[in-house]
Design a binder for this molecule. Sequence first.
Ligand SMILES: Nc1ncnc2c1ncn2[C@@H]1O[C@H](COP(=O)(O)OP(=O)(O)OP(=O)(O)O)[C@@H](O)[C@H]1O
Length: 519
Amino acid sequence: MASAGAPAIELRGICKAFGPVQANKDIDLVVPRGTIHGIIGENGAGKSTLMSILYGFYRPDAGEILIDGRPTQIADSQAAIRAGIGMVFQHFKLVRNFTVLENVILGAEDGALLRPSLSRARGELKRLAAEYGLQVDPDALVEDLSVGHQQRVEILKALYRRAEILILDEPTGVLTPAEADHLFRILRGLRDEGKTIVLITHKLREIMAATDNVSVMRRGEMVGSVRTAETGPAELAELMVGRKVLLRVEKPPAAPGAPVLELRGLRMVDAQGVERLRGIDLDIRAGEILGIAGVAGNGQTQLLEILGGFPEAGATLSGEIRLKGAPLALAGSNGRARRAAGIGHVPEDRQTEGLIMDFSAWENTAFGYQDAPEYNRGGLMDHAAIRADAADKIARFDIRPPDPELAAKNFSGGNQQKIVVAREVERDPDLLLVGQPTRGVDIGAIEFIHKRIVALRDAGKAVLLVSVELDEILALSDRIAVMFDGRIMGERLPDQATTGELGCLMAGVDPATRPEVVS
Ligand SMILES: Nc1ncnc2c1ncn2[C@@H]1O[C@H](COP(=O)(O)OP(=O)(O)OP(=O)(O)O)[C@@H](O)[C@H]1O
């Protein structure tokens, strides 16, 4: 039995070090039952480490965990599940070629895939889905589901295991705005049923909209817990970063010059014969930021990959790309050749495309630019020069920990992103391609990355920005193009576009022809 009135979670004096890095220092945290509790903090502040301790992935070096008032040892994730704790990770842990039902029961029951238990499980899954608004077809293969639906499966998996506490790590990073709204409705529903939710996010908007209380971490320490109703974004930002943060982008009006990138009739058919780009015409001028808005999966990824010089294997391309008036090869190119031509590229997925995760930070800062004269001496790569350059970038971008020898995989997500941005922006490219530049990045670093992108524009460079964050598109872009189903649905100026209008274009509806759909 739970002690009446005891908090769902209480952490006392939790400490955890990774070598010299003290990821959690003497952390206390109280999460009352039946509440949504936000955890915020800069990249590398120790949020994921703390939640991984609660979920049994790491053993703390010191400290105590109480669940419902009872001291509880959580040696592994099975123990966490027994204690009623479920976790939804940033990168889902589903088996892609299994059905929803198979994924939900996998590991939850003895003899998991036996028929009788399968039919019982199906009934239970349907009940949970109906009760919490988590509709999803039990027989669909996970690989055929949208990201939002895959996340529902993760939540259903936790509920099926009778989780009373649900931890979500950056759950909206991969969702569309509509999917994110739906998720928060679900979380409020779960809270109202008495469940306890812990939400890690970098988005203060989500903290303000969805949480009851919020705790702030900085550099491994817990610096404060407050009731959400009694605080605001500016105060939270300051607590997180330890200084005032501008929550908007300051930029002078653009002064566009000659076209840097010209696309004419760019088409791409993938190896399965699906037409992903259906004739893209775009111009980007020197000194301007063109933002491409759109729901993920409408061709933005393919566009960036082609421009960046690594189109999907087996794709057929046609059309024309010109960089400063000179034609660029469509296929048969590569990222190094594109970079040498003056195209910098911050890919959408830093882990698979932006970094080599097992390589050190210093090696990664040269990735794609190995041929640069300053990195080579006497026909050999000059490791000392690359290391010195990396140390300089680490200092100027405040990458933490400031250790050039650390493998990319051992940096937190936001610091990994800074390594990629530092490498590409510092090269002063004529055209910078940026995909989701601030995904998983804290607000201090967002401010910094946005400033660097604007500075590049002000130095007369062209920027192509792809982001699923409409706020980011609106804040940074000088012009906005909306992509839907492999086409440009329309172009708008940011100060003339409403989010309703952009939302319509993102859903494939042109408000110019159907004005009744824009409120
Ligand atoms: N397995 C590991 N080995 C070495 N260092 C690690 C490991 N896991 C985390 N760290 C370090 O511990 C610190 C805390 O990382 P953690 O991932 O908990 O931060 P976070 O607050 O979740 O960051 P982010 O918002 O970027 O996800 C960081 O300095 C990170 O580099």
